[in-house]
Design a protein around this ligand. Structure first.
Ligand code: IMP
Ligand code: MG
Length: 182
């Protein structure tokens, strides 16, 4: 039987990671964060747009007292990373001396997250932990630690669960991968 496919914008994608597997990973991440961050003064910072669905799912499973906010970066167009990050907007909360947990949808080369880290450090938080739903280990070119990883994936372009292709496909509950030969 052939794989379930969807058309997103002008390309065909194949089912890659089913919703249930994603939710299991989110459960595990929430458990780890609830255990590890107990007693800390925690602020979660979701990276818009991509992380909005992951952040919403994860945060409903967070049981420790904490706050959440969102910031925005613009860095990507089409199916290959431009390696260019524009800016970080929306750090309104006072995060000085707090434990920051950055929530990202995916870390690919790691360039975007390095920029976010650099910006956030300027606000002098106590510490920063990185949580990413998906991680392209083989594409990562940076050195900093990624503390919490949902699912490691190969170096392929995916959509769904908040991740987009040209703005489309974020609403897919499963993860789909770009079909070969397109
Ligand atoms: P990086 O700077 O190369 O780590 O890229 C990170 C950003 O690129 C993520 O926040 C995503 O917005 C986007 N991105 C990277 N890989 C994918 C993908 O496979 N699908 C959709 N967006 C992606
Ligand atoms: Mg993103």
């Amino acid at each position: 039987m052939s794989k379930k496919t969807v058309k997103v914008y002008d390309k065909t994608f194949e089912l890659f990671i089913p919703e249930q597997q994603i939710q299991e990973a989110v459960d595990r991440l929430a458990q780890q964060l609830n255990n590890d961050l107990k007693g800390k003064d925690v602020i979660f910072i979701g990276i818009l747009n991509g992380a909005f669905i992951f952040a919403a799912d994860l945060y409903r499973k967070i049981t420790i007292p904490s706050i959440i906010t969102f910031v925005k970066v613009a860095s990507y167009s089409g199916t290959t990373s431009t390696g260019k990050v524009e800016r970080l907007i929306g750090v309104n909360e006072d995060i000085e001396n707090m434990t920051v947990v950055v929530l990202e949808d995916i870390i690919d080369t790691g360039i975007t997250m390095e920029y976010i880290l650099k910006q956030l450090r300027g606000y002098e938080p106590k510490e920063i932990f990185i949580t990413t739903m998906f991680f392209k280990k083989d594409a990562f070119v940076k050195k900093y630690p990624i503390h919490y990883i949902g699912i490691e994936i190969p170096n392929k372009f995916i959509v769904g669960y908040g991740l987009d292709y040209n703005g489309y496909g974020r609403n897919l509950k499963d993860i789909y991968v770009l079909s070969e030969n397109q």
